[in-house]
Design a protein around this ligand. Structure first.
Ligand SMILES: NC(=O)NCCC(=O)O
Ligand SMILES: [Zn+2]
Ligand SMILES: [Zn+2]
Length: 561
């Protein structure tokens, strides 16, 4: 049996138990795919729907890797979400949302529809854009192993938690960007929701520089991530960072940094081992917040020197947040992305005497002492930080034992793709720190704006993709590895409960979650993200203003002859 299907968790709330497509269908499908032109293949698929059960044709599609056709949906493809409070980033109102052919066709009160439309009553509930997770690692090869969630299970989990799009990080193959891109397109072929890519840059030469242009102009990538940590593997030095920042600016691509001083981290790790500290607590002790603050400040200054926008991923500390706040006050375009783990957890878990428990909390930059979490919440609610990701990068407890004798070998990463929307709602909206509209902004709209796919994504507007959720503010959620949809056997939010529950998720115009998952492997679309997003507005003007200031100050200071 296919490994994907074999490992999919069957929880009490999950009725979707993927069965294997019959070998006859599979065979026919690949035969058709290789010999027939696309039009005939579509005709074949059309007839296959009337012949086979609906789930079989879905699986057939998934196996073929064909783009999802909404007319094959288990619903009629037409949905009316009725009577809910429709929330966008700047506005909310009671209205109906009419969905047809995968897009939002109309948003207004009292829409009358024909009998073939599926009606969902959202009275007393919020209807909001599906979450967009700007930071995930699905099927990522890292630290001698590969994340346990791939695009199928990771995205299925996301949909169950109200997230309808993720932006994953392509890791180059031996430093090669194009090979990395091809590899990730292949990894993503079982996607069950829409996705985009950032691209990591792990070395620098002419080929990389040229490939960056190909990624932006041909492949739909508009952001590159630079690791200032993970010495000896992903880390790049300042010289390379500077070259890459310049290149990003020319291409209109957003530079993203993992900001920790990798050299100092390596030194801190050696120190801990020399002291005999080999357990997970050594992870936190070896890379204190000051190293995150230092790297954040350095990246900010280098980006300022080049005058290009900067996006700081997984901001985990007050130290880094203060640097971002200072840069913003000086007028610099810096985006700060906290992740949900940093908002709701602290590092005390790393001292748990049970290795399995402690190791599941190992991520980089590490979880910080209690207090940083609340400061990050405050920064998010006041606009110092802009949007929330997850850094979903899951390893099960067996994988984590790679570092049982040495914390440096514990695969870094934890879960969050399914939990983010619930936890952010509970911690920030329920607590009264942010409004419902701000919730939409930080979980969806701002991400769509930054990565230049708004209003196709991140909005409930006519013409936007029909990716949305119905959240019941009076229902509650409970998190547990026993019921989550990730493949991982642990959950860092185990036992957490809260108010606000995503009761329905609609993705691409289909109901994919209503307490049960109804996902179709291969139905997720790759979303190309164009360069020169809003953060680049005014950059050229600022450059010429800088130049004229430079010229005039030189003229003034020139000694009289
Ligand atoms: N964050 C983490 O621990 N793992 C994923 C890789 C990264 O984002 O640095
Ligand atoms: Zn990182
Ligand atoms: Zn990450």
């Amino acid at each position: 049996m296919d490994e994907i299907f074999q490992n999919f968790p069957v929880s009490p709330t999950t009725s979707y138990v993927p069965s294997q497509p019959s070998s006859v269908h599979h065979h026919l499908c690949s035969l058709m795919a290789s010999f027939l032109p696309t039009a005939i293949l579509h005709l074949f698929l059309f007839f296959s729907i009337s012949i086979f059960a609906i789930s079989e044709s879905h699986l057939l599609q998934g196996v073929c890797g064909l783009e999802y056709d909404p007319t094959l949906s288990s619903t009629s493809g037409k949905i009316l979400v009725k009577g809910g409070t429709v929330v966008n980033a700047l506005h909310k109102e009671v209205a109906d949302v009419y969905i047809q052919d995968g897009v939002i066709a109309s948003v207004r009160p009292n829409i009358i529809v024909s009998d073939d439309v599926t009606i969902l009553d959202a009275t007393g509930k919020y209807v909001m854009p599906g979450g967009i997770d700007p930071h995930t690692h699905l099927s990522m090869e890292f630290m001698g192993t590969e994340t346990i969630d791939d695009f199928f299970t990771g995205q299925a989990a996301a949909l169950a938690g109200g997230t309808t799009m993720n932006i994953d990080f392509v890791i180059p193959v031996n430093g090669n960007l194009s090979a990395g891109f091809e590899s990730y397109m292949n990894k993503a072929k079982n996607s069950v929701m829409d996705y985009g890519f950032h691209m990591a840059v792990t070395r620098w030469d002419e080929t990389v520089s040229e490939d960056m242009e190909v990624m932006v102009k041909e492949k739909g990538i508009n952001s590159f991530k630079f690791f200032m940590a993970y010495k000896g593997s992903l880390m790049i030095n300042d010289e390379l960072l500077l070259q890459a920042l310049k290149r990003c600016k020319t291409l209109g691509a957003l530079a993203m940094v993992h900001a920790e001083n990798g050299d100092a981290v390596a030194e801190g790790q050696r120190k801990m081992i020399a002291l005999g500290i080999t357990g997970p607590e050594g992870h936190a002790l070896s890379r204190p917040p000051m190293l995150e603050g230092e790297a954040t400040a350095r990246a900010i200054r280098l980006a300022s020197f080049v005058n290009t926008p900067l996006y700081v991923v997984h901001v985990m500390s007050i130290d880094a947040t203060e640097e971002i706040a200072k840069a913003k006050m000086s007028g610099q375009k810096v985006i700060g992305e906290p992740v949900v783990s940093g908002l709701v957890l602290d590092d005390s878990w790393l001292w748990d005497p049970d290795f399995t428990t402690a190791a599941k909390y190992v991520m980089s930059p590490p979880l910080r002492k209690s207090g940083h979490d609340r400061a990050l919440q405050a920064a998010l609610s006041t606009g110092i930080l802009q949007l929330v990701g997850t850094d979903h990068c899951t390893f099960n407890s067996t994988q984590k034992t790679l570092g049982i004798d040495d914390f440096r070998k514990i695969p870094n990463g934890l879960n969050g793709i399914e939990e983010r929307m619930h936890l952010v709602w509970d911690v920030l909206v329920e607590s009264g720190q942010i409004s419902v509209t701000d919730y939409v902004r930080i979980t969806s709209t701002e991400c769509a704006r930054i990565f230049n796919i708004y209003p196709r994504k991140g909005a409930i507007l006519e013409g936007s993709d029909a990716d949305l959720i119905i959240l019941n503010p009076n229902a509650s959620f409970k998190i547990s590895a026993a019921s989550h949809h990730s493949r991982s056997d642990t959950n860092v939010y185990e036992g957490m409960t809260g108010k606000g529950k995503v009761e329905v998720t609609i993705s691409g115009g289909r109901i994919v979650w209503d307490g049960e998952l109804k996902v179709i492997p291969g139905s997720g679309k790759y979303i190309k993200m164009p360069p020169f997003g809003y953060l680049f507005d005014g950059i050229e003007k600022a450059d010429s203003a800088d130049l004229s200031t430079l010229r005039s100050s030189n003229t003034r200071s020139r000694p009289a002859t």
